[in-house]
Design a protein around this ligand. Structure first.
Ligand code: AKG
Ligand code: FE2
Ligand code: ZN
Length: 399
């Protein structure tokens, strides 16, 4: 494996370095032609006719010398506690911005790095490696990646799998080996498994003393796992080892897309489900895990951020009397939209296939199966989204 330097900044963009040799090779971009210190700012001009102002303290805070950033970890050491009273001397030296501060500290900046970060250029965001979410359309089918391609060190399969999962919230892995714990090995490529009260790795099959509907042969309507946790698991992996029983087909729906459809059809139902916290609770011999939260959680821009939907661990509905009927009407509406064949996809997992999905966006379910007609056995685990994104950034570095 090619070694890569950890970067505390986005890929493929220059960042300030202290090594003049490295600085000699600028990233592609406009050249710095002029630097002047004016009241509380350094004003820069590039040869593409752009101009930008940087507050002194911002520049001091972003100094990348070995005193200001740890030389090995590259993490910030400088702490911006004091205002800067005395103007720095600003010069352009070998194409770089050189700032000499009153305390004799010297900072050097790459001109392209600064150009990209012009504070007047509010549109600047780090290079997008994590793909944006794409809503499912009617007729959506999950992207498929073969187990071989996923495992290939130099291949693109794992990256393709990660991108599909982050974009669509669902991806299918094909043709895996029929061996126990393969799900743990695959998860291990990405990061440590997220443990819950069902263990770090769980077996989904009909069990004699079930503590969870998944461990019975009954149908599971669309749901998200563990909405009774403050932080439900982000990503679920379900690896199929056996699926010979009659029934047991898997179902999925894109909760975010369906929530938007609910909003269009009934803003009031959408408002109720996004503004009304309800109780979720799981209890068995050892646990009693409970939280109060709305079914649809929104981000600061009013877009769906998380769906909590699991009818069998919904607790007593504790709402003011006059809100109860309207809440049930809203819940029923969302339920019907989710299970509508236009929005719900269905297929049987074949042994050796693994489905992975974003548990906080995509709902999953299964048809009832008859354990007298054959065996059905899945192995599952959960992963954190941060580690998926991290893995994708690391794989992108090696390109
Ligand atoms: O049996 C299945 O296909 C899914 C079971 C389930 O919902 C789960 O393991 O979370
Ligand atoms: Fe589940
Ligand atoms: Zn410094």
């Amino acid at each position: 494996m090619q070694t890569a330097t950890p970067q505390h900044d986005e890929q493929n963009t220059a960042r300030p370095r202290i090594d003049m040799g490295e600085l000699a090779a600028h990233a592609e971009g406009p050249a710095l032609v002029d630097a002047v210190t004016t009241g509380a700012r350094v004003t820069l001009r590039w040869d593409d006719d752009t101009q930008a102002h940087f507050p002194w303290l911002w520049l001091r805070d972003h100094c990348a010398c070995v005193e200001c950033r740890h030389p090995l970890t590259r993490e910030r050491l400088f702490i911006p506690l004091d205002d800067i009273e005395t103007p720095p001397a600003a010069r352009v030296v070998d194409g770089n911005l050189l700032l000499s501060w009153a305390d004799d500290h010297v900072s050097r900046f790459d001109p392209v790095w600064l150009h990209q970060r012009r504070l007047e250029n509010a549109a600047f965001t780090p290079a997008q490696i994590v793909p944006p979410r794409r809503p499912w359309h009617v007729g959506f089918t999950p992207e498929r990646v073969s187990h071989n391609d996923f495992m290939e060190e130099e291949g693109d399969g794992e990256r393709q799998w990660l991108e599909a999962l982050l974009r669509d919230g669902l991806v299918l892995l094909d043709d895996g080996p029929l061996v126990e714990e393969e799900v743990s090995r695959l998860a291990g490529r990405i990061g440590p498994m997220r443990a819950t009260n069902f263990g770090a790795r769980f077996d989904v099959r009909s069990k004699p003393n079930p503590n969870n509907a998944a461990y019975t042969p009954i149908a599971l309507a669309l749901h998200t796992d563990l909405p009774n946790w403050r932080q439900p698991p982000d990503i679920q992996l379900l690896y199929c080892l056996q699926n010979e029983a009659e029934g047991g087909e898997s179902t999925f729906a894109d909760g975010f897309t369906v929530a938007e459809i609910l909003r269009q059809e009934s803003p009031e139902h959408f408002r109720i489900l996004s503004e009304t916290p309800i109780d979720f609770r799981f209890q068995d011999e050892e646990h009693d895990i409970a939280i109060r939260a709305p079914i649809i959680e929104l981000d600061e821009d009013g877009r769906p951020l998380e769906i909590r939907f699991n009818n069998w661990i919904r607790d007593t509905l504790r709402l003011p009397l006059h809100d109860v009927d309207a809440w049930y009407a809203a819940y029923r509406h969302f339920w019907q939209l989710l299970h509508d064949p236009r929005h719900q996809i269905e297929f049987a997992l074949a042994p050796g296939q693994m489905i992975a999905f974003d548990n906080r966006r995509v709902l999953h379910g299964r048809r009832a199966f008859d354990p007298n007609t054959g065996k059905r056995h899945l192995q599952g685990t959960y992963l954190d989204l941060d580690l998926l994104e991290s893995r994708l950034r690391v794989l992108s570095r090696q390109r």
